[in-house]
Design a protein around this ligand. Structure first.
Ligand SMILES: [Zn+2]
Length: 101
């Protein structure tokens, strides 16, 4: 898998382009991630009854994999992920500085 929970990423497209965040949740079926505080949308709700008074609700939307890039913790640059196959494992490596991430 390209991204992992807790990975630091930078948004490369969309309204929050250039912002950074840590992956909070990954939606594998949608190929998208949730970044806390980013890609927030507001929805205006009408008052329905006493339990649903309406108002503005803010909710985060998942960002597709294609709109984020992994930030390498070693060199601090947005990078593409490469893979190195070792005897027992598959390691993620940074394309820029070649370190395991
Ligand atoms: Zn790097």
């Amino acid at each position: 898998m390209k991204f992992k929970k807790g990975d630091e990423v930078i948004v490369t497209a969309g309204k929050d382009r250039g912002k950074r965040g840590k992956i909070e949740k990954i939606f594998y079926k949608k190929d998208a991630v949730l970044l806390p505080g980013l890609n927030i949308f507001k929805r205006h709700l009408k008052k329905r009854d006493e339990k649903n008074p309406g108002g503005i609700v803010e909710f985060p939307r998942a960002i597709p994999f294609g709109n984020i890039a992994l930030l390498c913790p070693k060199c601090g640059k947005p990078t593409r992920v490469g893979y190195k196959i070792t005897k027992s494992d598959k390691e993620r490596v940074c394309h820029k500085c070649d370190s395991t991430i």
